[in-house]
Design a protein around this ligand. Structure first.
Ligand code: NAD
Ligand code: GLY
Length: 351
């Protein structure tokens, strides 16, 4: 088992181990002797695969277990889906010493985490990630949110989990496409901070080495979260490749999924940064690795189309945009670019 400890406004452990779901109850009980009730939040797919295993383990550890199951997919990450959850918790008279357990991918973690942040002005929650993306990224760092009509993740708060239990044997049931989405974030992390991990991924099949790869990714995520819990500085480096990715997702009406959009964004930022004299030439290596992981790297939209969407983004403010630039594999920096220059910058990469 690997244990990685995060120290921010809360200190918590991430346990990474195969078959950990069966012991989820005892791991939680060991840390929360006073908790009586647990609300497990999960989607219908994950419930069918792992719900019983987790609920049984929690029951054996003496918790009174309730479950809130919602339809899988991003469409569910809304206020409307969260209301019955918090109403149910209130009916059950759950207190601040009780817990929410988020069992699933990033959608579940984001919504359950947000519910935990607002119910009784904040109760504790445990993340049990079951997608590669949630294992290496969204289960750690305390970003919680739901989507609004105007865009994704527009309503949310920072609320750190109190424990993360990562049982990577659950990743074997993930559809290939979902695994690839997680690999886009893994490759992003390697470009950010870990050249040895990048070389390892070039030569090996990630699926066969999850027990080594996941902790390495969590150490990279930890470095950014601990340096900048509230995302005002260094944590923004985690947006590497994501600026263009958000535009690509929107332009394609979400036909291009997040993983492929990030892959397109990573390939483009490497190429554009090198053409602009901001970075070494790492484009071929990055594109090779993205493609090896089944990801798309060709952008079907022009720089003018993408930048049009970026500039209309309601979350953007001011005349500059902070871009994460990959200087070389393993080293990135933030670069403030005037928005007037953005179209020309991306044109060199995507036309
Ligand atoms: P997801 O939670 O929708 O999971 C993807 C699909 O995989 C779902 O259909 C789910 O039912 C299924 N699934 C989950 N685990 C499975 C398993 N083990 N076997 C088979 N199927 C399984 O999506 P995701 O990709 O995990 O997360 C995306 C979400 O995460 C987005 O909403 C994004 O905004 C958010 N996110 C949050 C952060 C953060 O820091 N909070 C970071 C990155 C992304
Ligand atoms: N996934 C980006 C972050 O946690 O900041």
């Amino acid at each position: 088992m690997s244990t990685i400890t995060i120290e921010v406004s809360k200190k918590y452990d991430i346990l990474v181990e195969e078959n950990l779901l069966r012991r989820s109850g005892e791991e939680i009980r060991a840390r929360f002797p006073k908790a009586e009730q647990i609300m497990v939040v999960t989607d219908d797919t994950v419930d069918g695969l792992y719900g019983e295993r987790v609920c049984e383990s929690l029951g054996r550890a003496g918790f009174v277990v309730h479950k809130y199951v919602f339809p899988h997919g991003e469409m569910s990450k809304t206020f409307a889906m969260m209301v019955p959850l918090v109403e149910r918790m209130a009916e059950l008279a759950m207190t601040r010493s009780d817990l929410i357990v988020a069992l699933g991918g990033g959608v579940t973690g984001d919504m359950a985490g947000f519910a935990a942040a607002i119910y009784l002005r904040g109760i504790d929650f445990v993340q049990i990630p079951t997608t590669l993306l949630s294992a290496v990224d969204s289960s750690v760092g305390g970003k919680t949110a739901v989507d609004l009509t105007a865009g994704k993740n527009l309503a949310g708060v920072f609320h750190q989990p109190v424990l993360v239990l990562c049982d990577y044997s659950t990743l074997h049931s993930l559809p290939e496409e979902e695994f690839s989405t997680g690999m886009a974030e893994v490759i992003k992390h390697a470009v950010l901070m870990d050249p040895e991990l990048f070389t390892f991924l070039e030569a090996n099949d990630a699926k066969a080495h999850l027990g080594e790869i996941i902790p390495k990714n969590l150490i990279i995520k930890r470095a950014h979260v601990m340096a900048d819990e509230f995302d005002t500085g260094k944590r923004q480096l985690l947006n590497l490749g994501h600026t263009l990715a958000h535009a690509v997702e929107k332009l394609s009406d979400y036909e291009i999924n997040h993983g492929n959009a990030v892959a397109i964004g990573l390939a483009a930022i490497c190429k554009a940064a090198h053409a602009d004299g901001l970075a070494e030439d790492i484009t071929d290596r990055v594109i090779f690795l993205l493609k090896k992981c089944g990801l798309q790297t060709e952008c079907p939209f022009t720089a003018a189309e993408a930048v049009g969407v970026l500039l209309n983004d309601k979350k953007r403010s001011g005349q500059t945009i902070n871009l994460a630039i990959p200087k070389r594999i393993g080293e990135c920096y933030l670069y403030k670019m005037n928005v007037d220059r953005l179209e020309e910058f991306y044109r060199s990469a995507i036309g």
